[in-house]
Design a binder for this molecule. Structure first.
Ligand code: AMP
Length: 451
């Protein structure tokens, strides 16, 4: 019986990649393909369509770029039009793919270009006219260009969708399908997503892929082995602010990333942290592209070593040396949590992530732990202990016992008051609902469902 080939036996050279690519890999200092590269590169080299799940930071960009570039170097050259089209959800991500691509094509004559909103329209039109082989684009701007003048995607060798789940969450589904329709049918399509348990991704795969293979790797349930995950409970946002400042002043890190759920909260945190002489920057979607680029540069160069960001920065941000991620607000779901903490503990790095959790966020956090099938370590900051120590009683599910009851009893009070009011003033009369009472009841109802 043949011994099973273990993944660790596959080296970059055994993948039989074109020489200039091996040279670039060696210059980048990559020793071995990462697991997602080991699994997907051989299949992609066979020109198969793929649906790949891989966590951010797993080396997924190289996993789709290497086989694609190999095809461009070895398949007969097409004289006209783009040969590889890569769609990604955010400008930041396109820039990172572009950077990685430039490193890999250094020893070839291939040319790559970016098409995203916020950059010069004419330059991008020219780039398409010059038949740049590799185009890395966000769907929105590419469609705008397509409305002006149809770029030639009839000779594509490879079509790639990166972070497809995110693209769908951002509402790009129709755009992606329109772009896909303008491409030739014979191309290879590679669809990368953080999760395969996203209904939209499965639907999109059905529409775009032919006889595809699935590479399921490091799905969201696998957790991050190189990230230590902690929870610190807090009384309220003021208490959280003190805890945040303490952590940023006392933890050891090269770069820290602090996530909030809103742009306003991100802005609110900046002042007090700067007052503590911390080098803080802010990154969110209300800033124009120039400011966002500048902020990223300052962070990359280490001029600021703490970035407060909304989820916009959670995807695609690949900056070396982020070894502390603090969730000031608990993210709204497990998928966002994964993307946030995925900014640290990237290939060969270790990271620490701390979630600040107040009582109203307890159940959300325990839901995330359940989703990830993990229990995070609880930590207390002695100097800043608050009143809230977590719920008094915890259900087997990890949720707090009692919150639902409390809300229900409040709801009962609201309903009781309403009955008395009606009993006194409107006996027998039919009343149209007022603006306030139904919505307040609605909120209570929603809280009960959410808790
Ligand atoms: P990604 O998951 O594509 O965002 O990649 C995360 C980081 O891993 C990037 O900085 C890559 O340059 C790096 N990387 C990709 N492949 C390898 C590899 N085989 N060995 C070491 N680092 C890698």
């Amino acid at each position: 019986m043949q011994p099973k080939t273990t993944f660790s036996t596959l080296s970059f050279s055994s993948l039989l990649l074109a020489e200039p690519l091996l040279k670039a890999i060696s210059k980048l200092g990559f020793k071995l393909p990462t697991p997602v590269q080991q699994k997907s590169i051989p299949l992609a080299l066979e020109y198969k369509d793929l649906l790949v799940s891989a966590e951010t930071g797993s080396g997924k960009t190289v996993a789709f770029l290497l086989p694609t570039l190999h095809h461009l170097l070895t398949l007969p050259s097409k004289k006209i039009g783009t040969r590889a089209l890569i769609l990604a959800p955010t400008r930041e991500l396109t820039q990172q793919i572009f950077k990685q691509c430039q490193q890999l094509i250094e020893f070839t004559d291939l040319k790559a270009g970016i098409i995203t909103g916020g950059d010069d329209f004419r330059l991008q039109q020219n780039m398409l006219r010059r038949n740049t082989e590799i185009i890395i684009a966000t769907p929105g701007r590419l469609l705008e260009l397509m409305e002006q003048e149809i770029p030639n995607f009839s000779n594509l060798d490879v079509f790639i969708l990166d972070e497809a789940d995110r693209m769908l969450d951002m509402g790009f589904s129709e755009d992606v399908l329109t772009i896909a329709k303008s491409c030739n049918a014979q191309k290879q399509t590679l669809l990368f997503s953080a999760t395969l348990t996203h209904f939209g991704v499965i639907k999109m795969a059905d529409k775009l892929l032919k006889n595809h293979e699935i590479v399921a790797l490091n799905t969201l349930h696998d957790g991050h082995r190189n990230i230590e995950q902690q929870i610190v409970v807090a009384d309220d946002n003021d208490h959280k602010q003190k805890l945040l400042a303490w952590l940023l002043l006392n933890e050891t890190y090269d770069k820290a990333l602090v996530f909030t759920n809103s742009k306003i909260q991100a802005d609110v945190l900046r002042g007090p942290l700067r007052a503590q002489k911390l080098r803080v920057g802010v990154l969110h979607g209300d800033m124009d592209q120039k400011d966002r680029n500048r902020m990223m540069e300052l962070y990359r160069d280490g001029e600021v070593n703490i970035m407060i960001a909304t989820d916009l920065a959670a995807r695609g941000l690949d900056i070396k040396g982020i070894n502390l991620v603090i969730n000031f607000d608990v993210p709204r779901n497990g998928i966002n949590y994964i993307h946030r903490i995925g900014r640290t503990g990237r290939v060969d790095e270790l990271g620490l992530t701390i979630a600040l959790v107040k009582s109203t966020e307890w159940n959300l956090m325990s839901g995330i732990e359940r989703f990830l099938k993990q229990k995070f370590k609880h930590r207390t900051i002695k100097e800043l202990q608050g009143k809230y120590k977590g719920p008094k009683k915890i259900k087997a599910s990890g949720k707090a016992v009692g919150i639902k009851k409390k809300i229900e009893s409040k709801k009962a009070v609201v309903e009781k008051v309403k009955i008395r009011h009606r009993d006194k003033k409107n006996i027998g009369k039919r009343r149209e609902p007022t603006n306030s009472s139904p919505s307040s009841l609605q909120v209570k109802k929603d809280e009960t469902i959410d808790s």
